[in-house]
Design a binder for this molecule. Structure first.
Ligand code: GLY
Length: 255
């Protein structure tokens, strides 16, 4: 089932996190603020009944705080990815021993690449985005592993945004939150859609956790739509993650 989690792995941002990859221009991120926002995120997960495993910052990997990109986890397996950005390759090695405490491990092999941010679980189905970070080979390898573990999957091209989940979230097993760009995508025709307004695209990176939606602060149109549907909401400020092309989903690895 989408969004039901017992455990989440998070990693604290390090003082160098502002040197990570980003397409954002403007002010550099503020480390103290990032730590504060990360703490509030952990507390929100804990209040929703999730056991949070907190890892230290990983030296030499300023993006490792976006821990979701290093693995895809379902009930019976943890698939350690091979991140698409050269600069991030190596982050996955540090997550493997942590995940091995919870699940048997499988791995994406070269020349495949997968970032967890391109993988959206909706019920028992996995949508795998093919993007600048996740290639077709990686999507195929991941799909094959997930099939062996009783899941269905499909691949789709990622349009704008870093990852598939920059533009798409599962609100529950039947409903997706999507940016306007994804409303008419054939690959998504099986699901009902709530569409974020133009100008609020970043809020498509909303995160369902145990019946509550974590929503980024600053997007009143999306909040109104989600409230009208009766979802319990927790609004979190993730301004500093946003400056590094990250958001609510990539800040944890949930299962
Ligand atoms: N800064 C997150 C990423 O580019 O992977």
């Amino acid at each position: 089932m989408s969004g039901e989690f017992k455990t989440a792995i998070v990693r604290r941002p390090g003082p160098d996190f502002g040197t990570g990859l980003t397409t954002a221009t403007g002010e550099p991120p503020d480390f103290e603020k990032a730590l504060e926002q990360h703490r509030a995120y952990i507390e929100a997960l804990a209040r929703l009944g999730v056991d949070v495993v907190e890892l230290d910052a990983l030296s030499r990997f300023p993006d490792a705080y976006f821990v979701e990109d290093t693995a895809v986890v379902c009930e019976t397996v943890a698939v350690v990815t091979r991140p698409g950005a050269e600069e991030r390759r190596g982050e996955e090695e540090s997550i493997e021993p942590v995940l091995a405490r919870f699940r048997p491990i499988e791995r994406i092999g070269s020349p495949g690449t997968v970032d967890g941010g391109d993988v959206l679980e909706v019920g028992d189905h996995f949508l795998i985005g093919v993007s600048d970070r996740t290639n077709e080979e990686g999507a195929g390898q991941l799909g094959e592993i997930l099939s062996r573990h009783g899941k269905t999957w499909s691949a789709m091209a990622v349009g704008s945004g870093l990852h598939l989940k920059s533009s798409l979230a599962a609100l529950d097993d039947e409903t997706l939150l999507v940016t306007p760009e994804y409303v008419n995508r054939q690959e998504l025709k099986a699901w009902e859609k709530v569409v974020v307004e133009t100008g609020e695209e970043y809020a498509a990176n909303t995160l369902a956790v145990n019946g509550t939606l974590l929503v980024p602060a600053g997007y009143p149109g999306v909040l109104r739509k989600l409230e009208a549907r009766g979802f319990p909401l927790v609004v979190l400020d993730v301004s500093e993650a946003r400056r590094m092309d990250g958001g609510l989903s990539c800040m944890s690895l949930r299962f």
